[in-house]
Design a binder for this molecule. Sequence first.
Ligand SMILES: NC(=O)C1=CN([C@@H]2O[C@H](COP(=O)(O)OP(=O)(O)OC[C@H]3O[C@@H](n4cnc5c(N)ncnc54)[C@H](O)[C@@H]3O)[C@@H](O)[C@H]2O)C=CC1
Ligand SMILES: CC(=O)C(=O)O
Ligand SMILES: [Mg+2]
Length: 366
Amino acid sequence: MIVGIPQEIKNNESRVGMTPGGVFELTKNNHTVYVQSGAGLGSGFNNEDYQQAGAAILDTIAQVYAMSDMIVKVKEPIEEEYNLIREGQILFTYFHFASSEALTKAMIKQKAICIAYETVEDNDGTLPLLTPMSEVAGRMAIQQGAKYLEKPVKGRGVLLGGVPGVAPGKVLVLGAGVVGVQAAKMAAGLGAHVTILDVNMKRLRYVNDVMPPHVTTEFSNEFNIRKHIKTHDLIIGGVLLKGAKAPNLITRDMLKEMKPGTVIVDVAVDQGGCVETTKPTTHQDPIYIIDDVVHYSVANMPGAVPYTSTMALTNVTLPYTLKLANLGWQAACEQDASLHKGLNIVSGKIVYNEIIEAFGWEEALA
Ligand SMILES: NC(=O)C1=CN([C@@H]2O[C@H](COP(=O)(O)OP(=O)(O)OC[C@H]3O[C@@H](n4cnc5c(N)ncnc54)[C@H](O)[C@@H]3O)[C@@H](O)[C@H]2O)C=CC1
Ligand SMILES: CC(=O)C(=O)O
Ligand SMILES: [Mg+2]
């Protein structure tokens, strides 16, 4: 198969769809790999690194799309890319369709085979291709939150760890999944007091077992959320309903209950966010303020640490990329139930119900 790796063109997205190590494995299996010139630079890989691994370099993104049977990338295609996508072409990347009707309609129109990293699902319900980026984003959420709690950027002016004689800051984490646990771990490491909420008791039991005593667990419901937002300095949104629009756990009226300068880092923004006032922002312009509450909602947080993120991503995507290249998408998805769950749109038809539900459509637009 011919596999193409275009440069990411989303704002401040420096990750790339594959490392030279990934290219090496594909070419070893007799596949052809085209990499757009300069695509890996942001992650520390130059054209020669890819050539030595067996790739051929193409000058433009248009050439990469035109010459490849399968495109492997990181973020969803953006508008400039829509018309480059060909009927029957496999796109293996993050899509987060439920948060964008425009993207969904565009991919239906292009009749591509859209396999979404974020819905590839193992038997135990875990999401192997989302997990490493959630690990990155969960850890980063505390770094970013701590920064925006500083007064010059309109935060409360609280140091998360406190100092001797002064109490530490308080961090409220919504969702005890991958993002939530990684965020809680980092915040606890800084010495902050952490409250973590989930509706899944198994996850709360796990957190309770592995975290230090200054991380406390509570069941997630409106009563508890309303209680805690009044006293916490930093709120992390890490909930997920697989493939679906995130539930609005914090509504607009609740902002008035928070202390001025409270910071919300809504990591779940890529699935629409779990805060009513969340709207996607970029690394260039990451925050906005409503009712004195600082909102940080960058939809591609790991893009800011591409050296770590590109390696972590290829580690998990490569076995699936190889399977798709070796067998073709139909046979690969028939053989591998986890990969099958990644099918979101196939030749113009939505095959993942939560997307149809997110837009309130009656049926898959075909
Ligand atoms: N902004 C960014 O750059 C990135 C965003 N993400 C996003 O972060 C979100 C979380 O991802 P993961 O942690 O991997 O998901 P996960 O599936 O590991 O965890 C989600 C948790 O939310 C919980 N949950 C569901 N409903 C809830 C409720 N009403 N209250 C409290 N908890 C609830 C679930 O029980 C689960 O434990 C996803 O939307 C993911 O796409 C992930 C990576 C990067
Ligand atoms: C998961 C995701 O959307 C990201 O890594 O950007
Ligand atoms: Mg994202």
